[in-house]
Design a protein around this ligand. Structure first.
Ligand SMILES: [Zn+2]
Length: 223
């Protein structure tokens, strides 16, 4: 558990790196991805955050290492609301998408959950308390990948879960889309990048360098 700025914490890694945002309002806590272990999510108690106050979970994309614990989390708190982009929704909500979720890579069974809201189009802003979470459609790794952008106390925080890839036909990855998506993210000039497997990258120069280096490695193009 690590505090990134006021309201934003890195909880830890289980499958992927997971983060939590405290809205400091009746909207409670907002989880960014679930990872694979409910017990890790419950460890937010160490920071005096109550896991029962997790009222929302934004899913960045449909991969098992980011969504496996959603089912357990919903059993723990049936009122939790899940959000994801419509283009990844069927893999999250239905059985039988073991390639799209990469569950077949892990050799495990994914238990589907229903979404409260499917995000549509390029930008969806979700408002929790005084916080505006801008969910930006950044396809490439998967068709429905999103990145979440939050400005708080004059700091720009970007949750960009699988910027590094990988890319596979099994996930319907698209490198042209990825190139355009990474350009969008670089233009945000974020101070903190909360990545899905590389932890927290900061300051802004390092964020830009990280995105550019993975873009170059994956596409041979450089922005
Ligand atoms: Zn992924």
């Amino acid at each position: 558990m690590k505090k990134i700025t006021d309201n934003v914490y890195f909880i830890g890694s289980s499958g992927c790196d997971i983060y939590i945002i405290n809205s400091k309002s009746e909207d409670g806590l907002i989880l960014i991805d679930c990872g694979m272990d409910l017990e890790l999510i419950k460890s937010i108690k160490e920071e005096n955050l109550d896991p029962m106050y997790i009222k929302h979970c934004i899913i960045t994309h449909c991969h098992i290492d980011h969504i496996d614990a959603c089912f357990q989390l919903r059993e723990f708190n049936p009122d939790i609301k899940f959000y994801a982009h419509e283009l990844d929704a069927n893999a999250i909500e239905e059985e039988g998408f073991n390639n799209r979720t990469a569950a077949s890579w892990y050799g495990i069974e994914y238990k589907p959950i229903k979404l409260y809201k499917k995000l549509v189009g390029d930008i969806n802003t979700l408002n929790f308390g005084n916080l505006n979470l801008k969910c930006i459609h950044t396809p490439g790794h998967t068709p429905g990948s999103i990145s979440i952008f939050l400005e708080i106390n004059q700091k720009k925080i970007l949750f960009g879960q699988d910027i590094h890839g990988p890319f596979s036909e099994e996930f319907n990855s698209n490198l042209n889309d990825y190139y355009k998506s990474m350009k969008k993210l670089i233009d945000l000039n974020a101070d903190f990048l909360c990545e899905g497997h590389y932890g927290i990258i900061t300051p802004a120069d390092e964020v830009k360098r990280f995105i550019q280096s993975h873009l170059k490695r994956n596409t041979n193009y450089f922005l």
